[in-house]
Design a protein around this ligand. Structure first.
Ligand SMILES: C[S@@+](CC[C@H](N)C(=O)[O-])C[C@H]1O[C@@H](n2cnc3c(N)ncnc32)[C@H](O)[C@@H]1O
Length: 492
């Protein structure tokens, strides 16, 4: 036997070995993925936090095993650091009609990349325009080879953000993609909870965001398992392409890209989920919404929300969002956030003898099914819904009978003095005292869980900031409630 045929044979052997390994890996993956699906479907929304945490640890362990196997999958193309791709990106934007004179991309400590002015901008002046053709939207996904899958998949038909995530993954793996310059400047990883270790997640306690983070993680793990199953079982050409790249790590990257960068724009008569290049390089600060889609000119426009001096960072306002929302969906916390709120879990216990009557009064106000109430940052921390809840929760049979007989008991959601008089000092005192005790108890839990040491990474830093903001809300509320009680007429 000659040398050539010998090496051909050993090549064949190696390919055979690789194939066997691949098949074996796939089998192992299928077993693990099935376990994730089962685990995430048996989970009941009504489970308590500690059960939810146990589930998380199990899901996390399965995903760790999955990731270990999947590590060899996916694109083998090594990426340049995103900073090295900025020039190409700006050239691509210019060639495709984006206008951004006086603006460049720069690094800012604590923000990664952002936009920097190279000249002064007056409040209200036009900073940049981005034509619709460079945006990547759910429409592009629907018009692509992914459409065959969308047509048969109910989840994709109802969740445009997931459609966009899958489309982004496909485009990321396509070296010829029109959006390659855009994809090449995206972050390699994110600070969303999908990248948190169990230890980092547990540091969230006693924040209500702990539970929301577990829920979000569980839901993305479930989506991953669901799509992985479909991708490897349905006979649709585009799914063959996804087979190579659909890993948990890639999916959490795509989902996090969507969560942190998606926008809604009006294309035609409908609202469309899209990435808007360049515009999505702007970081957030308080202000007003100054970004819009100009239907007539078919472009996104971004105006200055305040004066920006040459050399300053340009910010836009992402909208009135609480820190819980920013932390979960954008991976950062905004201190002194005037739209901040803390979610309180409240309900009428099944052992309460007045439960039905209380629920029927709550029902009149559309609150019977509500389980989370907001405590706001600032001078008026008690939301109207929370106020109604604490009043109703603290009524006796006689008081409930009176308020049940009123068609729409709107005084219960109002904090003005006439409503307070109508409700009466006795109920008001009981209600506010109850909420005060509740806030004090929650506040004490933050003291117990507090950590003095400096956070060692951005995840822990964000957790610490989030909890500090929540403590501020609680302290504000405690002060406010003590004041309300002090100023109520009558004796304690
Ligand atoms: C739309 S992108 C903005 C550009 C981003 N900085 C980048 O490097 O690609 C949104 C992300 O920017 C960061 N970000 C935005 N506003 C921020 C702020 N006020 N503080 C800290 N990070 C912020 C968060 O990581 C967020 O998920």
């Amino acid at each position: 036997m000659g040398r050539k045929s010998q090496s051909k044979q050993s090549q064949k052997k190696n390919i055979g070995k690789e194939n066997n390994k691949f098949i074996q890996n796939r089998k192992e993956l299928n077993v693990l993925i099935d376990k994730v699906l089962k685990l995430t479907s048996i989970f009941q929304a009504a489970c308590n936090v500690s059960k939810s945490w146990e589930h998380h640890l199990e899901i996390n362990e399965l995903l760790r095993l999955i990731t270990n196997i999947e590590i060899g999958y996916g694109s083998k193309n090594k990426r340049n650091p995103r900073q090295a791709n900025i020039e190409k990106y700006l050239k691509w934007l210019r060639e495709n009609g984006a206008q951004f004179d006086g603006v460049k991309i720069a690094e800012f400590e604590g923000y990664e990349l952002g936009l920097k002015t190279t000249k002064d901008f007056k409040e209200g002046s036009l900073i940049l325009t981005v034509p619709a053709n460079v945006m990547m939207s759910e429409r592009n996904a629907q018009e692509s080879e992914l459409s065959e899958f969308i047509k048969v998949d109910p989840l994709l038909q109802n969740m445009p953000n997931i459609t966009l995530a899958l489309f982004l993954l496909l485009e990321k793996n396509n070296q010829e993609s029109f959006w390659k310059p855009y994809i090449d400047i995206l972050p390699e990883k994110y600070t969303t909870v999908l990248y948190f270790t169990p230890e980092e997640l547990t540091a969230l306690k006693p924040s209500p965001v702990f539970e929301s983070a577990l829920k979000l993680y569980r839901s993305i793990a479930r989506q991953y398992a669901y799509f992985s199953n479909k991708i490897h079982s349905l006979d649709i050409p585009v799914l063959k392409k996804l087979q190579e790249i659909f890993t948990f790590d890639n999916y959490r990257w795509a989902v996090s890209t969507v969560m942190t960068r998606q926008n809604n724009i009006q294309l035609g008569n409908s609202d469309v989920t899209a990435f808007i290049p360049l515009w999505d390089m702007c970081n957030h600060e308080h202000g007003k919404i100054t970004t819009d889609f100009n239907k007539k000119l078919g472009r996104g426009e971004c105006y200055a929300l305040r004066d920006f001096r040459e050399g300053e960072q340009i910010f836009i306002f992402y909208g009135a969002r609480s820190n819980a929302d920013l932390f979960l969906h954008n991976g950062f916390v905004y201190c002194n956030n005037k739209y901040d709120s803390l979610s309180l879990t409240l309900g009428i216990s099944s052992g309460d003898p007045l439960r039905d009557t209380k629920l029927s009064v709550l029902n009149k106000l559309g609150l019977a099914g509500v389980t989370h109430y907001s405590l706001y940052q600032g001078e008026n921390p008690v939301s109207p819904e929370l106020l109604a809840f604490i009043r109703i929760f603290n009524m006796n049979q006689e008081e409930l009978t009176k308020w049940s007989s009123i068609g729409l008991p709107s005084d219960l959601v109002s904090s003005d003095s006439t409503s307070s008089t109508a409700i009466g000092e006795i109920i008001e005192r009981r209600a506010h005292k109850y909420l005060l005790t509740r806030c004090q108890l929650i506040r004490a839990a933050y003291d117990r869980e507090s950590e003095d040491k400096e956070p060692e990474n951005i995840h822990r830093k964000n957790v610490k900031l989030l909890k500090q903001c929540e403590v501020q809300i609680l302290d504000g509320a405690i002060k406010y409630l003590e004041n309300v009680l002090k100023n109520l007429p009558g004796i304690e």
